[in-house]
Design a protein around this ligand. Structure first.
Ligand code: PLP
Length: 618
């Protein structure tokens, strides 16, 4: 939410984060105030800013929404959430989830041995569950059985039939009764980007005949009483509530059939999928959702009641593995703008020299005659002359200066056309796209690949906006480019007021003044999936906690990767690099190229660079 606070209105309008302190008190804090506090504490941009309250708030909202839905419909069991560690494995985040989640016995989902180790060491509440998904080897299974020995509700969710003999063998050997779940391959297909997580061709889960075989194998081993959980996951970011409803109904059919077969199920795990409205539009588009949290919970609870009540089957404990919807809100990537490229022409001479080429003269003449009525014609002619100039240049018939003049006039023509376009009723796609092709490029101090990888990989839209000067009309349109030298290192997909656009309205950057942006809802998947493209490392991370009186505390500060850190990730040894550089400098001293004092300055700079931040530093 963006609004002006009393404190900031005199200064400038700034982006405000509204946090629900615990459950009900709404307080506003200014991101710009937080940034100045960070600056004083030596934390440079870019910074990943985490709000502890927002993790607590989401856990509260999710658990309370299920509790309400359960109460409203007199559902005869309870809800247990588990957070999938893969969505944000950072120690701070998992610590916060374990701490705040214990109020609701919120547990963790682990998809690998490493994640199970995190879960075992982080959860202190024995009423919370650990759900183990993913392929499991003996070591994974032993760890899970140790959890059972410690009194933790740790479920092995069987993804493939080959895991069953391993679980039977290990639990017999260790004399521990495991808790087993089976993952179903549901036929229900979902909308959105992750639709391949469900349906016959999904790579996870058991087909119906494999499910029957799993039941038979466990029965034969006298372990059918261990099969207590049914699991399905339709996909992440499910935008359409109808899909969720039909998936739950299908899962309930399996639940009822297995129960009727005498399988003593007690838990129904519906996986993740609860969406985040990245576009603020509440539509069923990929980056949005056409439902809210209360509706999600109510629909799940009702679908279970609807299927199981007529058959007299006891209501199961409901589990969900909401990841995105739990942590996306808690992080904002803050970055500053370093430079801007405008696509503006240089001043055009009033008169073109007599000896200029005909093509340049033609372009110059066009500039004078553009009107609303002939924009398309002028655009076509200008493009033709510009292409001819380029062709002639290639063939040595046009000079470099002539080409420069021609292209500058062409740019002036395009800019003139763009100004007229709002008055043109019908236009070609070329003209429609013209404003975007002339938009500014704002160079931000961040790496898309490190901090917003889904924006690059799957065209995920994140809410991105300047976080100050919000009482000024934005007069420019821009795309954002990052620091990497990669043509994919840009963001040119935005949703503004519910409309999808390739450019973002921004302010003119003022000489000598900082201009800050925030990329919001980045707490899910981005930190984990980010990579070291061009060796830009982890950003600085600051966690704040907002108090009910509107003040806030900087509760955690973590410096981002230094250059030395990222070099060591790719197997360089900073000490060895320094030694090699020293030898080179020493050679240069010997040959008289530099003196010893210059050598010392170089070595000092080299060593300071190794210890420095990987991003642009002022
Ligand atoms: N559970 C499983 C098995 C998953 O594969 C995923 C992610 O795709 C999740 C939970 C988390 O999904 P989401 O982040 O949409 O809640």
């Amino acid at each position: 939410p963006v609004k002006q606070t009393k404190k900031t209105s005199a200064k400038e309008a700034q982006s405000i984060v509204t946090a629900d302190d615990a459950i009900s008190t709404k307080v506003n804090v200014s991101l710009m105030d937080i940034i100045s506090g960070m600056k004083e504490r030596g934390m440079d941009m870019p910074v990943l800013l985490r709000f502890e309250n927002l993790i607590e708030d989401r856990l509260t909202k999710l658990n309370e929404a299920f509790a309400n839905a359960i109460k409203e419909s007199s559902y005869q069991n309870y809800y247990r959430g588990v957070f999938p560690i893969k969505v944000n494995q950072q120690a701070q985040v998992i610590e916060e989830i374990s701490e705040f989640g214990s109020r609701y016995h919120h547990g963790l989902e682990a998809g690998s041995k490493a994640e199970l180790i995190i879960a075992l060491a982080s959860l202190t509440d024995n009423d919370a569950c650990i759900v183990c998904n993913g392929y499991k080897d003996d070591e994974f299974i032993s760890l899970g059985l140790h959890a059972i020995q410690l009194g933790i509700n740790c479920f092995f969710v069987v993804e493939t039939l080959s895991e069953i003999p391993l679980i039977i063998a290990a639990s017999t050997k260790m004399n521990v009764k495991p808790l087993i779940g089976v993952r179903l391959k549901l036929a229900s297909k979902v909308d959105g980007y992750w639709s391949s997580d469900s349906g016959d061709r999904s790579i996870f889960g058991l087909t119906t005949s494999q499910l029957m075989e799993a039941v038979d194998q466990l029965r034969a081993a006298d372990m059918i009483d261990c099969l207590q959980l049914l699991h399905c996951h339709l996909g992440s970011q499910i935008p359409n509530i109808q899909n969720i409803r039909s998936g739950v109904l299908e899962a309930c059919r399996y639940y009822s059939e297995l129960s009727s077969e005498g399988v003593p199920l007690g838990y129904l795990d519906l996986g993740g999928g609860l969406a985040v409205d990245y576009e603020g539009a509440y539509t069923n588009s990929t980056h949005s959702m056409n439902y809210n949290l209360d509706e999600y919970c109510a629909d799940i609870v009702e679908a279970i009641i609807e299927t199981l009540d007529p058959l007299g089957i006891k209501h199961p404990v409901i589990l969900t593995e909401s990841g995105r919807a739990t942590v996306a809100y808690s992080s904002v990537l803050l970055f500053n703008i370093l430079d801007v490229t405008h696509f503006e022409p240089a001043p055009i001479p009033k008169v073109i020299a007599e000896d200029a080429s005909e093509l340049v003269k033609n372009l110059h003449a066009l500039l004078e005659i553009i009107t609303i009525r002939n924009v398309q014609e002028c655009f076509n002619d200008a493009s033709h002359y510009r292409d001819e100039i380029r062709e002639n240049f290639r063939r040595g018939r046009e000079t470099l200066r002539s080409k420069a003049l021609g292209e500058n006039i062409y740019l002036a023509i395009l800019q003139k056309i763009v100004l007229l376009l709002p008055q043109v009723k019908r236009m070609s796609t070329e003209l429609e796209n013209l404003p975007e092709s002339l938009a500014d490029i704002y160079y931000g101090n961040f790496s898309v690949f490190q901090s917003l990888p889904d924006s690059w990989a799957i065209d995920q839209i994140f809410p991105i906006m300047p976080i100050h000067r919000l009482d000024e009309v934005p007069t420019r349109d821009a795309i954002l480019a990052d620091l990497t030298c990669d043509c994919d290192g840009k963001i040119d997909s935005f949703t503004v007021d519910g409309v999808h656009r390739k450019t973002l309205p921004v302010h003119e950057v003022k000489e000598g003044e900082d201009y800050f942006f925030g990329a919001f809802l980045v707490g899910a998947y981005q930190e984990t999936l980010g990579d070291l493209h061009n060796l830009f490392g982890d950003t600085n991370v600051v966690s704040v906690r907002i108090n009910s009186d509107g003040s806030y505390d900087y509760v955690k500060e973590m410096e981002g990767d230094s250059i030395s850190d990222v070099l060591s990730y790719v197997e360089y040894y900073p000490k060895a690099l320094t030694e090699r550089f020293r030898q080179r400098a020493e050679k240069a001293v010997k040959s008289g190229r530099i003196n010893v004092a210059e050598r010392q300055t170089m070595l000092r700079n080299f060593s300071e660079s190794l210890g420095g931040y990987t991003y642009f530093e002022k």
